[in-house]
Structure formats: structure tokens, C-alpha cells
Design a protein around this ligand. Structure first.
Ligand code: ADP
Ligand code: MG
Length: 265
């Protein structure tokens, strides 16, 4: 741990006392400028914040405020124009594409609004995919994927293809896929954007349980206050800047019985 911290301490030249190993995500003066012909778009205009290990954070803000740009940077899918990003002690803003991909695979699990499952593959196969890319053998892969599907309450549907599943069930499979790589952080961009209210609550219950029981750090973009209510902290973006950072008492899981049933197997 100490060596990881020193690695970016040396790179950034910060005084040691400003560094905490409790931080999962530290972004400092993050800027992202897109060039469209002659026009420059400052999608992020100097954003700084820290997210502690085990936090559940919602990012809100109007369309075009820079939420997805920020998530792409946090997700190691893109690099900033300037500023620094430290993920779990590693200075990822200085990594090349290959190293970024490795950081992504080691630390991050992604959930998207449209689930992004492979349509011709079963739920089990979809969840196994990230493990195939990592070269994990068949039996171990199967075991891990089945365990991840059980955690999200999809044990009975491992052989179903996406078109044989409801939206909420598909999103559960997508969460299992994110979990199969044993991430430290779940990044979710509008994960309930295509779901009805009741199903959204079920998905948020799962994310909250993963946060509380497995200690996963969760960062979620949403424009719905009902969804942000499950987080313990809300960051608000406007015009590429962070304009709000509020702690709150999270809405608690409403489906205690269902969740206990899943957790207790
Ligand atoms: P949000 O997710 O909050 O709606 P985005 O991060 O998608 O906001 O976009 C922030 C700003 O950056 C917007 O003005 C958007 O048009 C612009 N933008 C985003 N992605 C690109 C891109 N690839 N090329 C050019 N401009 C972009
Ligand atoms: Mg967006």
C-alpha cells in the first residue's frame, strides 16, 4: 500500500500529509476540452473532489453539464486534458491505453442504462465474458459467474438470453457481469434510466446492498432525485464545474425480505 501511495506522491509532488489511503478516487483540477473544428468545448472546467473507499456517491446535474465526461475519466475510458486522477493509490491520469485497460479490469465494474448485454449469449455467458478476457479457466469462470448471478437474484435464469428477460432482470445480469471481475468500484451511468419506478428501486436496493455488505464504492450518475436518494452523498455538476457536494442520510433498502433471502441463499 505504502509503495502505491509513494508512486503517485513522487509523481505529483504533494506533501505526504495530504494523501490518505482511505481515498478510492482523488481528482484534482480535472479539465477536459473537446475540439470540434475551430470550436473548443470545455466539458470539464477544473473539477476537484475525493471519494472515500466504501462511499456511495450520486452525480447529478443538467444535460451537458459534464457528467458523462467525468464518468469516462473516472472509468479510465478517456484521459483528461489536464489535471490529475488517482485511483486507489495509482496515478491513472498518466497511464497509456494498455495500462488504463489494466486499471479498468483490476478495479472497475461498469453498469449502463442500456445494459449492453450480448443478445445471443445466455446470462451466464454474458457474466463470464470479462473473465474470458482475463484468461480465467472454464471451471473457475463458471463458478464465479454463477456466484455473481446468485448475488443479484438471478440464479434461476442463468440459461436465459437477454430477450427472454425483463429490463430489470437484464440490468441484474449486467450488475453480475460488473461484479464478476471483483471490482473495488462500481460505476453506473443512469442505471435505472430505462426502468419503471418499482424496478428502479429493486436495482438501487442491490447497489446499496453491494455498497453496505461488500464494501464496494459506488459512483452513479442520475437525473432522478428518487435514485440519488439511495446515495450517502450527492455531487452536483453545472457547466463543467462541481457546484454542489452534499452528504445525506440515504434512503434505506425497501425490500428487506427479498434482499435477506438473496444474501442468506
Ligand atoms: P452530460 O453527461 O452531463 O449530459 P457530457 O459530459 O456528455 O454531459 O457533455 C458535456 C459537454 O461536452 C457538452 O457540451 C457536450 O456537448 C460536450 N461533449 C461531450 N462529449 C463530446 C465529444 N466527444 N466531442 C465534443 N463535445 C463533446
Ligand atoms: Mg451523460
Amino acid at each position: 500500500m505504502a509503495s502505491a501511495v509513494n508512486r503517485w506522491h513522487d509523481a505529483i509532488g504533494y506533501p505526504l500529509q495530504t494523501i490518505s489511503e482511505n481515498f478510492m478516487i482523488t481528482v484534482t483540477d480535472l479539465k477536459k476540452t473537446y475540439h470540434m473544428g475551430d470550436i473548443e468545448v470545455n466539458a470539464l472546467n477544473g473539477v476537484s473532489f475525493e471519494i472515500k473507499k466504501g462511499e456511495f456517491v450520486a452525480i447529478m446535474g443538467p444535460s451537458g453539464s459534464g457528467k458523462s465526461t467525468l464518468m469516462n475519466l473516472i472509468g479510465c475510458l478517456d484521459t483528461p486534458t489536464s489535471g490529475t486522477y488517482v485511483l486507489d493509490g495509482d496515478m491513472v491520469s498518466q497511464l497509456d491505453d494498455v495500462e488504463l485497460a489494466a486499471a479498468r479490469a483490476a478495479k472497475l465494474g461498469f453498469i449502463f442504462q442500456q445494459y449492453n448485454l450480448l443478445p445471443r449469449q445466455t446470462a451466464l455467458r454474458n457474466v463470464e465474458l470479462p473473465l474470458i478476457y482475463r484468461g480465467i479457466s472454464g471451471a473457475e469462470r463458471h463458478r464465479r459467474a454463477a456466484a455473481a448471478l446468485e448475488i443479484v437474484g438471478m440464479k434461476e435464469r442463468t440459461d436465459h438470453k437477454p430477450n427472454e428477460l425483463s429490463g430489470g432482470q437484464q440490468q441484474r445480469v449486467a450488475i453480475a457481469r460488473a461484479l464478476s471481475g471483483s471490482p473495488s468500484v462500481i460505476l453506473a451511468d443512469e442505471p435505472t434510466g430505462a426502468l419503471d419506478t418499482k424496478t428502479s428501486a429493486e436495482i438501487m436496493d442491490i447497489l446499496q446492498r453491494l455498497n453496505r455488505e461488500q464494501g464496494l464504492t459506488v459512483v452513479l450518475v442520475t437525473h432522478e432525485y428518487d435514485v440519488a436518494a439511495y446515495a450517502g452523498r450527492v455531487l452536483t455538476m453545472r457547466d463543467g464545474e462541481l457546484v454542489g457536494d452534499e452528504k445525506q442520510t440515504p434512503r434505506m433498502t425497501t425490500q428487506v425480505v427479498t434482499m435477506a433471502g438473496v444474501a442468506g441463499k
